[in-house]
Design a protein around this ligand. Sequence first.
Ligand code: SF4
Ligand code: SF4
Length: 178
Amino acid sequence: MKVIGVYMDRCLGCKTCELYCGAERGSEGKTLLAAVQETPVPRPRVRVEGGPGGAFPLQCRHCLQAPCLDACLTGALHRDEKSGMVIIQEERCIGCWTCTAFCPYGVIYPSCERKIAVKCDRCLYMEKPVCVDVCPTQALEVMELDEIEELLGEKRQNTTKALAGVGREGIRILDIGR
Ligand code: SF4
Ligand code: SF4
């Protein structure tokens, strides 16, 4: 399964990914200029947490054991067999927001005006997700999950060594920087 990996050391916290995601996925006009003039402001499906020196963009992780799938009352959330991703079938969503309470990452959002929940689907209809495309520092990359697991494995080993006395680094989820 392909997922969006994050190189945390490259993220500036500039929120370019948020802005363009909102324009592409939440705006009628599909441009930044149109998006900033719309009310309500279009909702992005990626959220940048933290600030300079410690920012990271967060979007659906397409969890292998996804609590949102079990929580969904109507079966609107399902796993797409081909891509392996967790997808919302919009016509089945009743806007009860149960899934938003169960996602441990807080990355399903209520779209109150559309009365449905929205989340990242990796812009499946595009060659490259818009956030990956626009990031000025290439902090985001579409990668195979196995590839990320491998990088994380290396990182965990380095962190364990560091914690053992060589140095001190925090463990950061999905930070695939070396
Ligand atoms: S566009 Fe890139 S650098 Fe800017 S906040 Fe998003 S991931 Fe970070
Ligand atoms: S919406 Fe949340 S719980 Fe569901 S797959 Fe994505 S990250 Fe996991």
